[in-house]
Design a protein. Structure first.
Length: 365
């Protein structure tokens, strides 16, 4: 602990966290947590108690019911925002909002891989550091972001879609990944071209950079700079990312082309369908090849062979779903995902009995 405090610039205290959203693991026991209400990123030492990684699948039936009982609330008061797996221990971490609106309380949950038991990771008297997102939209910024799969139901072109509008401040961080000593942070900024990717060195002592992003949105038939990345995954050994957006383009960004303060144009390599929001994306190896797995609000779980990405010419015309080949899985209700290990992908899966934590065998995908 003392060494980590010195190496990572952590201090012991109780951060004034107001919300929890995207989470991802960094070096050692460091968990990064996005607090969109305060426009800050927390780096916290979770000091995971497991001394040796468990093996095999991790499954929790009726996860939402057990979380509600543990937190003393009803299931409809729970919002499970993100999932991450500790790379050393295999324990799962969930960012959860208990309650709605001004009554919402942020909670970090740990699920033990060996026992499937649920506990809270308290943010009281922890070793932490904070990074302030100085370019975040102001709390009173009138611009709105659209989140599909939540809120009221409306009909568009004969399809019923659930959607809610939220202040873009609450989308200042939509996803994160830690790559080669740098925290990559996707989300929205206070700039006119609001879609943004930040590169923040850790410890939080070096110079960070941000780049505005532009993509060709196939189903909309135009170039766009306002819609944020919803979820992304490092690609090509960490030299680039593959990012997915609402309605649903898949876009490749080489990190070398992201100039600080500049604007980068991504290469749209697939269009996965309109009226849909990607929920999560992971990469995994199967049969010696790398693949992507993408979960959605509307479309089935999608599998893409990563080898097809490099040869795909940019999509720059409005047309039916095209681009790299893809397979659709019959696994229903998959939302959040994380790599449990080389053999399993951990996922939150919904059905008529609620939400569950399920391990998906890589060889069977």
């Amino acid at each position: 602990m003392t060494e980590q405090l010195a190496d990572y610039g952590l201090t012991v205290g109780t951060p004034a966290v107001e919300s929890v959203g995207a989470i991802t693991f960094g070096p050692d026991d460091i968990l990064f947590v996005a607090d969109n209400e305060r426009a800050k990123i927390l780096a916290v030492n979770v000091d995971d108690p497991s001394t040796q990684a468990a093996t095999g699948p991790l499954d929790v039936d009726r996860l939402d019911t057990k979380l509600a009982s543990f937190l003393g609330c009803t299931v409809d008061q729970l919002a499970i925002r993100a999932l991450a797996v500790h790379p050393r221990t295999g324990n799962a971490y969930l960012s959860v909002m208990r309650g709605r609106g001004d009554d919402g309380r942020p909670v970090l949950i740990r699920v033990d891989r060996a026992t499937a038991s649920i506990s809270e990771f308290s943010l009281k008297d922890v070793a932490f550091a904070e990074y302030n997102l100085a370019d975040a939209p102001a709390p009173d910024d009138p611009r709105l972001d659209v989140r599909l799969g939540e809120g009221d139901e409306a009909e568009f072109n004969g399809r019923k879609i659930r959607m809610t509008r939220i202040p873009i401040r609450m989308s200042v961080v939509t996803d994160m990944a830690f790559v080669n000593g740098t925290l990559l942070v996707a989300g929205m900024s206070n700039e006119e071209f609001a879609s943004n990717l930040r590169r923040i060195p850790f410890p939080f002592t070096g110079d960070s950079s941000a780049t505005s992003l532009e993509i060709f949105h196939v189903s909309h038939g135009k170039w766009e700079t306002a819609s944020p990345i919803r979820t992304f995954v490092p690609f090509g050994g960490g030299d680039s990312i593959l990012a997915s957006y609402t309605c649903t383009p898949l876009v490749h960004f080489p990190l070398a082309e992201l100039t600080p303060g500049g604007q980068a144009r991504g290469r749209t390599v697939a269009e996965l369908g309109w009226g849909n929001q990607p929920l999560d994306i992971v990469s995994f190896r199967q049969g010696g090849s790398e693949h992507l797995l993408i979960s959605h609000t509307f479309y089935p779980l999608t599998k893409i062979d990563s080898a097809t990405i490099s040869g795909q010419t940019p999509l720059t015309e409005p047309q039916e779903p095209v681009g790299v080949p893809r397979e659709e899985s019959d696994l229903a209700g998959i939302s959040l995902m994380a790599n449990l290990d080389d053999n399993w992908i951990l996922a939150v899966q919904s059905d008529g009995n609620g939400r569950h934590l399920r391990s998906l065998k890589v060889d069977s995908l």
